[in-house]
Design a binder for this molecule. Structure first.
Ligand code: GTP
Ligand code: MG
Length: 377
């Protein structure tokens, strides 16, 4: 079996670089070139997670300062050294001279067996601990196990059982689509109701310009925040109104487009306005909120209208607003360890599979699911 060496830290110059040496000769190769800082040689059989400090040399006088550590799983040694490109190149060359094969870090993951290497790339870009933890579950095989189990259920002729499994996976499709890309939430409404102030209150800092002059926000202003661990892009928009001002009209047009692209829209009404502007029939059914409730309320609500009361100025109701947004985006968050189709493509496939299962096209379900398993080359 081959012993491989790969750089784990990003390509380019860094303060410190880490090389992984993986394979049956990993320890022997590193040990052969290691000179301990304290005079104590590396033991023949390494103990896990212990560090040894010293140098690795070419035997002809050139040496690089390193820390060496044997890590799980199995025969895998990490060498930490200066992060300069030349140093990493030189050290890799020495290990290659001893019979190691130079590899990419992705190849080491593929060798790691039951792990789902497809989750690694999104994992490196996961913006929150919550999304990273879901991706880590998929890396450890949660999604793959669910698909294997659904295929086995189909093989047993239990179509209802397989469909139930598919529906559950499909339910988490929205989470799978937004592990890396945030959900898009637009704050809309007429001018001066406090849209920008609300964005700032949700973000916790002054992202958008706020002023008492109606028509302040002219362009789309976006801010990415984490709401309950979910990545959400909040979009502040120009107040929606008919206007002769060309610049403002362009802002209103952009606001309309953002509105159409949004995963969720919050419509802001002003509690001090006796006749607050409501969303029109073309505006879907946004979440209605009543802002400026710290001031005397002049607005008369229609029967059955229950906007969420908030105040961007005092912060009252802002936590409830964040919770309402989260409830709407992720009504059923996946439980720890749950299977989630963890890329937009896998989420699309689950949608197709559920549709095929609903119309009894079991062979089509199989054809859709097979490529959703990690492909072995
Ligand atoms: N008392 C009070 N004033 C608020 C509240 N929210 C916003 N305001 C004030 O209302 C005015 C308009 O606020 P903005 O956040 O700029 O409103 P907007 O909807 O973004 O306005 P445009 O960008 O012009 O469409 C500012 O003077 C804010 O300080 C609130 O909850 N209470
Ligand atoms: Mg504004």
């Amino acid at each position: 079996m081959t012993t491989r060496v790969a750089q784990l830290t990003p390509a380019g110059t860094g303060a410190i670089a880490t090389l992984a040496v993986v394979g049956p000769r990993a320890w022997a190769v590193v040990r052969g070139r290691f000179r301990p800082a304290g005079g104590k040689p590396l033991p023949e059989a390494p103990s896990l997670h212990q560090f040894w400090f010293g140098t690795l040399g070419d035997g002809a006088g050139d040496e690089v300062v390193v820390a060496v550590k044997q890590v799980e799983p199995e025969p895998r040694v990490e060498v930490h050294c200066h992060g300069g490109r030349q140093v990493v190149r030189w050290l890799t060359d020495q290990l290659v001279k001893d019979g190691c094969v130079e590899a990419r870090w992705q190849e080491l993951l593929e060798l790691a067996g039951p792990f789902d290497a497809r989750a690694v790339e999104p994992l490196t870009r996961a913006p929150t601990v919550r999304t990273a933890s879901i991706l880590l579950d998929q890396y450890h095989g949660a999604f793959t196990r669910a698909v294997v189990s659904i295929l086995a259920t189909l093989d047993r002729g239990d179509v209802a059982g397989a469909t139930a499994g598919l529906v559950e996976l499909h339910q988490h499709g929205s989470v799978g689509r937004h592990h890396v890309e945030p959900w898009k939430v637009v704050i809309a409404g007429p001018p001066n109701v406090g849209k920008s102030s609300l964005i700032n209150a949700l973000a916790g800092y002054q992202r958008s310009v706020v002023s008492p002059v109606a028509g302040t926000t002219r362009d789309i202003v976006t801010t990415v925040v984490a709401l309950d661990g979910w990545p959400v892009e909040l979009t502040d928009t120009a107040g929606l109104r008919a206007t002769a001002d060309e610049l403002e009209a362009e802002g209103v047009e952009r606001a309309r487009r953002a509105f159409a692209d949004a995963d969720f829209v919050v419509w802001v009404m002003d509690a001090t306005d006796p006749n607050p502007v409501r969303p029109g029939p073309a505006d879907g059914s946004p979440l209605l909120i009543l802002n400026k409730t710290d001031l005397p309320t002049a607005c008369a609500l229609s029967e059955g209208e229950t906007p969420l009361p908030v105040s961007a100025t005092t912060g009252a109701g802002i936590a409830e607003l964040a919770a309402a947004i989260v409830r709407s985006l992720v009504p059923e968050p996946p439980a720890p360890g749950a299977a989630v189709p963890f890329t937009p493509w896998l989420a699309d496939q689950m949608e197709l599979a559920v549709t095929a299962a609903a119309s009894g096209k079991i062979d089509t379900v199989r054809t859709i699911l097979s490529p959703c398993l990690p492909q072995t080359s």
